[in-house]
Design a protein around this ligand. Structure first.
Ligand SMILES: O=C(O)CCC(=O)C(=O)O
Length: 266
């Protein structure tokens, strides 16, 4: 954990080689929207863990087994490919251009960077609570159903904070060139970016360590790096009803939220 404000003890990463580890990861994911783990010894172990958490959903860049290998593959010739560079990747929702993005993102470090490359996780519930407390108008504008076109012309027109019928709020965000904001939404982007920075947790993941996040509750990204860093990513849809679409907003904007604070896992 790198931010001074968060002093709660972080739960240690769960060891996937221990009995019932997948159940404990699934339980943490359901309760907190996030879990960290260690002990993934290779791609086969990654796929075993993924199969215990849900069904794999393919990505345009994934291999037939559903795993996307994230390395520095190419210069960013067109927008949307920043993951395959050695640059910063702003915290985002995966597959934000789909009407229903996958519920869960599972990411594992296959090879650590020489320098940098820390994973960045952001609790959307905290971002929403902070904005609700200090700029409720921003939350209103960022909740507009026509506020953002995600993913270009054929993408999804929607809100950053989507109100769900069950009272939850589902976050959907990308801040790259494939997001187009309405004037009302655009005026809050500097505040939104700052609030995201204020609520970013960073994790240095050695090989075999990883995280799993509820894709509609937590944003994920990474810092720029040097070296031959390699991550594996799998998008998952857990069995129906196990993972909720989004987070329950805090009852009072100033309420302290219980939070499984992330800590640097090295
Ligand atoms: O490189 C990473 O650690 C994360 C990549 C990522 O966020 C993504 O591909 O969506």
């Amino acid at each position: 954990m790198t931010k001074p404000g968060n002093t709660e003890a972080a739960p240690p990463p769960l060891d996937v080689t221990r009995p019932s580890a997948a159940d404990r990861i699934a339980a943490a994911l359901a309760e907190h929207g996030v879990a960290t783990f260690e002990g993934v010894t290779g791609r086969a172990a990654l796929l075993r863990l993924a199969a215990q958490l849900g069904s794999t959903t393919p990505h345009p860049h994934s291999d037939p087994d559903g795993v996307t290998t994230i390395t520095t593959r190419r210069a960013p010739t067109r927008p949307g490919l920043a993951a395959f560079t050695d640059g910063d990747l702003t915290p985002h929702t995966d597959r934000s251009s789909l009407p229903s993005p996958p519920a869960v993102v599972l990411a594992v470090c296959a090879r650590a960077a020489r320098t940098g490359g820390e994973s960045v996780l952001v609790d959307g519930r905290r971002v929403h609570a902070a904005l609700s407390a200090h700029a409720p108008e921003a939350v209103a504008d960022l909740s507009s159903a026509r506020g953002v076109l995600f993913g270009g012309a054929a993408g999804h027109l929607g809100a950053i904070f989507e109100q769900q019928a069950d009272g939850r709020v589902a976050i959907r965000l990308r801040l790259d060139a494939l997001a187009r904001f309405s004037p009302r939404a655009r005026r809050w982007l500097p505040l939104l970016r700052q609030t995201i920075r204020d609520h970013s947790d960073t994790l240095t993941l050695p090989a075999g360590h990883g995280y799993v996040v509820n894709n509609r509750w937590w944003l994920h990204g990474r810092h720029q790096f040097t070296g031959e860093r390699m991550m594996w990513r799998v998008l998952l849809d857990p069995p129906s009803g196990r993972i909720h679409n989004g987070f329950l907003p805090s009852a009072s904007p100033s309420q302290q939220l219980p939070h499984p604070t992330m800590r640097n896992s090295t």
